[in-house]
Design a protein around this ligand. Structure first.
Ligand code: FES
Length: 73
């Protein structure tokens, strides 16, 4: 199983990465534009990972990894 989109909005990490690269949108701007990370917030570590690595298809993260990613946001 992989994680490729925000389950609350349906926006894909591929689209988020495209907006980030094409328009230089920050995480806050991406949230405002797409609604990602604004519902249950479970996708936020995956979005951050997408922006940092350019990878849009992620394995399910462990709670420890999520805490590490969010702690360094
Ligand atoms: S999965 Fe993205 S806000 Fe819920």
């Amino acid at each position: 199983m992989t994680v490729r989109f925000c389950a609350c909005t349906g926006v894909s990490f591929e689209e988020i990465l495209r907006l980030h690269r094409a328009e230089g949108l920050s995480l806050q701007e991406l949230k405002a534009r797409t609604g990602c990370c604004e519902g249950c917030t479970n996708c936020e570590p995956y979005v951050l990972l997408t922006l940092r690595t350019g990878v849009t298809d992620h394995p399910v993260l462990t709670p420890h990894t999520v805490a590490r990613i969010l702690g360094s946001a």
